[in-house]
Design a protein around this ligand. Structure first.
Ligand code: ZN
Ligand code: ZN
Length: 170
């Protein structure tokens, strides 16, 4: 079974699921979702790094952990996971050690975050930021994880005034 995990920032205790209370592990590991699918492609913003993943993903989840939030600069991050042998990457991503075993890879030219690996907690798995897919609209996430760190106002987002572009434009 694949476990969701996103580690903790450098300098803090490594908070991989293996070190979390059993009750929390159960909460976050009971959501393993496997879905069949076609190959997917994606890239960083500038296009220096591209990837293809073949076959079904291991899981696709929105992560609300504070590490993903700060690293990405976004309120939440979508992660779609594949086995390493399913993924082909062109271009060279820069790797940042975000925890003892967590490794986050990004494009040093444009700053886009792309991949997460953890050889201890998620051996053989590459988690891809699903916001970098060429067709992210085709792959809906199947779970939310690390909801204990979720921003409380996210639940109200659908009630906010909404504009096709910007206020006063559309
Ligand atoms: Zn780039
Ligand atoms: Zn996370």
């Amino acid at each position: 079974m694949i476990r969701f995990e996103h580690g903790r920032a450098r300098g803090r205790a490594d908070a991989c699921l293996a070190h979390r209370p059993a009750s929390c592990q159960t909460e976050h590991t009971g959501n393993t979702i496997r879905r069949a699918g076609m190959s997917i492609t994606g890239q960083c913003h500038c296009g220096a790094i591209r990837y293809t993943a073949e076959g079904a993903d291991e899981h696709h989840a929105l992560c609300h952990c504070a590490d993903c939030r700060r690293w990405s600069g976004a309120p939440m991050v979508g992660w779609i996971a594949f086995r390493e042998e399913q993924v082909t990457i062109t271009g060279t991503a820069t790797v940042y050690s975000s925890s003892e075993h967590g490794r986050r890879a990004f494009c040093r030219d444009c700053g886009t975050g792309l991949f997460y690996r953890n050889a201890v907690v998620l051996p053989g798995i590459v988690d891809i930021q699903s916001g970098t897919l060429d067709s992210p609209q085709d792959r809906a996430p199947a779970a939310q994880i690390m909801c204990r760190e979720k921003l409380p106002w996210l639940a109200e987002v659908e009630t906010l005034p909404a504009f096709d572009t910007y206020p006063g434009v559309d």
